[in-house]
Design a protein around this ligand. Sequence first.
Ligand SMILES: [Zn+2]
Ligand SMILES: [Zn+2]
Length: 328
Amino acid sequence: MAAMVLEQAGGPLRARERDLRQPRRGELLIKVKACAVCRTDLHVIDGDLPGISHPLIPGHEIVGEVLAAGDGACWQAGARVGVPWLGWTCGKCDHCLAGRENLCDRARFTGYQIDGGFATHLIADHRYCFAIDDSYDDAHAAPLLCAGLIGFRSLVMAGEAERLGIYGFGAAAHIVAQVARHQGRQVFAFTRHGDRQAQEFAKRLGAAWAGASGDTPPEELDAAIIFAPVGELVPMALRAVRKGGTVVCGGIHMSDIPAFPYRILWGERVLRSVANLTRRDAEEFLALAPKVPVATEVQKFALSEANTAVGRLRAGALNGAAVLVMQH
Ligand SMILES: [Zn+2]
Ligand SMILES: [Zn+2]
């Protein structure tokens, strides 16, 4: 199998050939068709996350076809599956038993502790693979697996907010905006200063207003989701949210949050993060997406162009999601 491998923190990814192995009990051997590139992949590559052991194959928004199933695996060869970030949980810790397996103390994640989808093949635990609706082709389904799932969990955590702010209008935001509009909410999109292209993109997706992150929106927000990994956005979002509102940090990593006056949190505003996903999130969102219907915007790259795709994401030079499409 071919893979783009992270051999040291900071990258670049290197094209390498690896031996294929057969799936063990409960595992699937999957032929990767498409794998989207997520901001978390940048944090993995840069070494921003703890406990990465190299070499590692990143990638956790995977759509593929089951080639072989180990004993006890409930998928058959030929099935199309999606493989998300959550790759394994213990099922025994307090968090798992309370339905919060996203917080499992021993959780393992695809493309982080488990080799991921920047490759022609991967091995995955069958319990963490999901069916993909037929209305999506492989490349357009891939961003649903993280941008969609984590975005959806962030949206749920934002509560009943009618006026929803979204800071950082990339892959997750472009999906969340569609779901939010479907639910009858108004979307206010905040982008980098002067990023007209992202602001136009947000408006095309139904945003009621789009501006720069420091701008004051025309109305007070009921909640805001921050997808950009920029700590300065936290006090900005708190200032834009009305009393009782919630600010959700949807990313896995963020630069330090500057000190801010207590009065912008007071008034029972809530500041919280969202971590990972549960399998229930995946089932709910993947059932909802075709009903909206969520249309993903993708820019395709070959597996060998993974470094280019990563660079475009880093530069903010994408509308929607970068997706690696594998040639077999
Ligand atoms: Zn656990
Ligand atoms: Zn991700």
